[in-house]
Ligand binder design. Structure first.
Ligand SMILES: [Zn+2]
Length: 145
């Protein structure tokens, strides 16, 4: 039933070779999640229930990071949408405000963005429906048509 022991499995299991239990034909494994010992296959690292719990814990941490990034992206989009309305500009029309002002409004330059290069060789950041760039202490942006 068990395949040949892989060196990586042996190393991963707390750096020790699991002890073989002759009575059951299984190995004494220390669960990586709850840290208690159980009898299992040589390549097993978790109790089946603990494996699910461990996967959920990883997914939960990953989702929290993604949520934090999307919150930054949404906030930036909201700031630019509000400015677009407030300044009564049309789609495609370039809007220019002081960089200090965009920072004061809470624009997060570390939030996720894409990057494009236009035909005139200028580089623009893209978030949702907006293109923006910083030039000479000014924040330039426009709403994509
Ligand atoms: Zn466990």
């Amino acid at each position: 039933m068990d395949g040949p022991a892989k060196m990586s499995d042996l190393i991963n299991n707390m750096g020790m070779t699991p002890v073989f239990d002759k009575a059951t034909g299984k190995y004494k494994i220390t669960c990586k999640f709850c840290k208690t010992e159980f009898l299992g296959r040589l390549n097993q690292k978790y109790h089946p229930k603990c494996k699910i719990a461990a996967n959920n814990q990883i997914a939960s941490k990953n989702n929290a990071k993604i949520k934090s990034e999307t919150n930054g992206l949404k906030k930036n989009n909201r700031i630019l949408s509000d400015l677009l309305l407030k300044m009564d500009k049309s789609h495609g029309e370039l809007i220019q405000i002081a960089q200090n002002e965009i920072l004061r409004l809470g624009f997060d330059f570390k939030a996720p963005y894409r990057f494009i290069k236009k035909d005139d060789n200028t580089q623009w950041y893209v978030i949702g429906p907006f293109h923006y760039r910083v030039e000479n202490q000014f924040f330039l942006f426009y709403h994509i048509k």
